[in-house]
Design a protein around this ligand. Structure first.
Ligand code: 6PG
Length: 244
C-alpha cells in the first residue's frame, strides 16, 4: 500500500484537490483497462466534488458508477446516496444508464438486496480466483465516530471476511455496505474528510496503536493507494503534507 495524506487549507481547496486526483485516477484507469470502475461515498462531504465532476469532459461511456454504501430507502428518498449523486452529477453528464449500478433497496429484505448487489459487482469487475472484485477507485467519507461506508463501530459487519457486500447497521437501521475486504482490494481508496467534528476520530484513526472495532476507518488498508484528503478543520492535529 502507498499512502498519501494531504491537509488542504479549506473545504474549497479540498474539493478542488479531490477533483484533480479523482480525474487523474479515472483517466489512468481508462488508459490501463479501457474503462474505470468507481464507487461513490454518500453523506454530505462529497456533494461538491460530484458537482465539480459534472463539469468535466470525460469519456463517460467508459466509466462505471457504483456506491460503497446505501441507506435502506427508496431511490427517490431524501436520504438516498444514489439520489444525491444523480442530482449533483450523473443527471448532468452523458453517462449511459447501463453504466450506473445503484444499490438495490426494494426487496424489503436488506440481506436479499446485499446479495443481489454482490452479484452485480462480481459480474461487473475483474475477480481473480479466491479474491474480491477489484475497483479502480473507491471514494469514502468518515463519520465523527470513525465509521466509513456503513461500517459502524462495534457492529458485526466489521468482522465479515467472505462477503463483498453485506448489511451494516446504524443505530438499528439497516444499510447496504461494501465490506472491509472488498474495499481493501481496490487499486485506489480516497477518503474525503472535512470539519472540526472529525478531528478526534482522525487522531484515533491515525494513531500508531488503536482499536479498529471502535474506529473502523483504521481497517482500511488497500493493496493499492490510500489517499486521505483533509481540510485544515479536520486534519489540523495530524502531521502531514500541508498544501493548497
Ligand atoms: C453515508 C456515508 C457515510 C459518510 C460519513 C460522513 O451513507 O452517510 O457513506 O459513511 O461518508 O458518515 O458523512 P458526511 O460527509 O456527511 O460527514
Amino acid at each position: 500500500m502507498k499512502k498519501f495524506v494531504e491537509v488542504l487549507a479549506d473545504k474549497t481547496s479540498l474539493i478542488e484537490r479531490a477533483r484533480a486526483v479523482v480525474v487523474d485516477k479515472i483517466v489512468s484507469a481508462i488508459a490501463s483497462n479501457g474503462q474505470c470502475s468507481i464507487a461513490l461515498a454518500g453523506g454530505s462531504t462529497p456533494k461538491p466534488l460530484y458537482e465539480a465532476l459534472a463539469q468535466e469532459d470525460l469519456p463517460w461511456e467508459k466509466i462505471h458508477i457504483f456506491w460503497g454504501d446505501e441507506r435502506y430507502v427508496a431511490p427517490d428518498h431524501k436520504d438516498s446516496n444514489q439520489r444525491m449523486a444523480r442530482q449533483a452529477w450523473l443527471d448532468k453528464v452523458a453517462i449511459p444508464e447501463s453504466n450506473i449500478h445503484p444499490v438495490p433497496t426494494q426487496a424489503q429484505n436488506p440481506t436479499t438486496d446485499a446479495e443481489s448487489y454482490e452479484v452485480v459487482v462480481k459480474d461487473s469487475l475483474p475477480v481473480e480466483d479466491g479474491t474480491f472484485p477489484k475497483f479502480d477507485i473507491i471514494l469514502l467519507g468518515m463519520g465523527d465516530d470513525g465509521h466509513t461506508a456503513s461500517l459502524f463501530p462495534q457492529t458485526p459487519v466489521l468482522n465479515e471476511t467472505t462477503k463483498a457486500i453485506a448489511v451494516g447497521n446504524k443505530d438499528g437501521e439497516p444499510r447496504i455496505t461494501f465490506t472491509v475486504p472488498l474495499i481493501n482490494q481496490a487499486n485506489c481508496v480516497l477518503f474525503l474528510v472535512s470539519g472540526k467534528n472529525k478531528q478526534t476520530a482522525l487522531e484515533q484513526v491515525f494513531a500508531p496503536q488503536g482499536d479498529a472495532i471502535t474506529y473502523p476507518s483504521r481497517l482500511i488498508n488497500p493493496q493499492g493507494e490510500l489517499w486521505w484528503l483533509l481540510d485544515l478543520d479536520a486534519g489540523a492535529k495530524l502531521e502531514a503534507t500541508v498544501s493548497g
